[in-house]
Design a protein around this ligand. Structure first.
Ligand code: SF4
Length: 479
């Protein structure tokens, strides 16, 4: 069954009460850690819970249904969940009728029985993305959803930028990664369903959509007719009112010429590609089971830069993976110097149970000592800070186009086409608008500037067409 889609969600509870009058027995509390996929799953769950008559609680003690959406990519994320579980355990002691669900990547096939002994306060364990399973556990629904709910249903005014999952799971077997064990095989959502969801989100007021997948560029290979991400980008790109389109996260093995050409050709598809490399050494890439060499990655970057000259490139790197000698680490440093990414997400290796790398970590001949891992992480962060400082300096005194997302500490915050964060001050509210900002200060992390002038959207993008303006928040089938 699909996790997503439409709905018969009342704007307000049908008994005429305001949501504030909803009793504790129909209050939920959803707490989320981890990646954008988890955030998106939680948004869907909240939409569904509101659809069956629940209302959100600000604090867990005010809710009878508590859902913790977990992440297990790093040990530190699991520690945060365990801390939160202690907190909700205290609530359960005071209110024994509270139902607690542990959801997400910590819960995988085969580990539920272990958790049942260790975490007696949890009533139910549910695998990642199974929104309908969590919904079925809510003890006091007053309505039934004819179809699963879209997050847009609970947004009168959706955020300017919305993430839409297009694919679940991952078929790869990277040595260090627990996601295939927890999220299962790849499942692509049908093109029509995704386009319809995006159309509804934009009709409600969102301006930017980021298509989300574990290997987003492999989307469609499991669907009839094998459409690809280039087809999907072209279809979503045509939605009236959409200003910007992005996708996240790509894998080098699936980045095709067709996809690069689509990004280059489509004016509302942003020149912004995240392409995790993980390491800059062939032997290490082989140990990691990444499926490409440094040279192949280098050639791919050259091809992307050739087709999209102003592209912003970001990557992910793991340091201290078992088998990473000092020499192999130096290869990663050299690659970062050579490619000069706009941003690098750097993580010190953290062994995840059940992965191949966790087994390797037990071998002292292969494991990198913890202190050395952290030193390498800091070394790489310093290197990247210098590169990002230099790369961002090219924007000084330039005028850039910014989509304003909202306010942050008294300034307007938005992003350039290349996803650089920009801050500027102005008395008017520019949320959701494209504006031009002249950059007056740069740093490795963001740009500061002054408003140059608002940017007129092309005529066909101005506002939302009449027929979309009246699309009800909740209605109709998507698939
Ligand atoms: S491609 Fe590798 S790192 Fe990415 S989700 Fe799949 S297994 Fe994990």
């Amino acid at each position: 069954m699909t996790d997503v889609i439409t709905l018969h969600l009342p704007e307000e509870p049908r008994n005429g009460q305001s949501r504030d009058a909803t009793p504790r027995e129909r209050r939920y509390y959803v707490w989320t850690v981890g990646c954008q996929m988890n955030v998106s799953d939680s948004e869907r769950l909240e939409a569904a819970l509101q659809g069956v008559g629940y209302a959100p609680a600000e604090r867990p003690e005010d809710a009878s249904f508590i859902v913790l959406n977990s992440c297990s990519v790093r040990a530190s994320a699991e520690e945060r969940i365990l801390g939160k579980l202690s907190e909700v355990q205290r609530i359960k002691r005071k209110h024994p009728d509270t139902k607690i669900v542990l959801w997400g990547c910590m819960v995988g096939p085969g580990n539920q029985s272990i958790f049942q002994d260790r975490l007696p306060m949890v009533d139910h364990f549910v695998s990642p993305s199974a929104v309908d399973e969590v919904l079925a556990l809510a003890p006091n629904p007053i309505y039934q959803l004819d179809e699963p709910a879209l997050p847009v249903a609970r947004w009168d005014h959706p955020p300017v930028s919305v993430h839409v999952p297009i694919q679940y799971g991952c078929n790869m077997s990277c040595s260090f990664c627990v996601i295939p064990l927890r999220r299962g095989r790849e499942r692509s959502r049908p093109l029509e369903e995704i386009v319809e969801e995006c159309r509804r989100i934009v009709a409600r007021g969102a301006k930017e959509i980021t298509l989300l997948g574990q290997i987003v560029d492999s989307w469609g290979h499991d669907l009839p007719g094998r459409p690809d991400l280039a087809d999907l980008l072209r279809a979503v790109h045509e939605i009236p009112g959409l200003l910007r389109l992005r996708f996240l996260t790509s894998h080098p093995a699936w980045m095709t010429d067709r996809l690069i050409a689509a990004v280059a050709e489509l004016p509302r598809c942003m020149p912004d590609i995240n392409l995790p490399v993980q390491a800059g050494d062939d032997a290490l890439l082989k140990i990691m089971r990444r499926g490409y060499t440094v040279q192949r990655y280098r050639d791919l970057i050259a091809k992307i830069r050739d087709a999209i000259p102003d592209v912003s490139l970001t990557t992910d790197v793991i340091v201290g993976h078992p088998g990473e000698t000092r020499e192999r680490f130096e290869g990663t440093k050299r690659l970062l110097e050579e490619i000069r990414f706009d941003k690098v997400h750097i993580a010190a290796f953290s062994a995840r149970p059940g992965t191949r790398a966790a087994e390797m970590e037990r071998d002292p001949a292969l494991a990198v000592p913890e202190g050395e891992k952290q030193l390498r992480r800091i070394e790489l962060e310093r290197l990247q800070e210098r590169i990002a400082t230099e790369r961002n300096a090219r924007f000084l005194h330039q005028t850039v186009e910014v989509l304003v997302e909202g306010e942050h500490k008294g300034k307007w915050r938005g992003r350039t086409p290349g996803n650089k964060l920009v801050f500027f001050s102005d008395p008017h509210d520019w949320t959701g608008q494209l504006v031009k900002v002249r950059i007056t200060r740069t740093s490795p992390w963001s740009l500061q500037g002054v408003l140059a002038q608002p940017v007129e959207a092309p005529p066909e993008l101005n506002g939302v067409p009449d027929e979309l303006e009246h699309v009800p928040a909740v209605q109709g089938a998507v698939a």
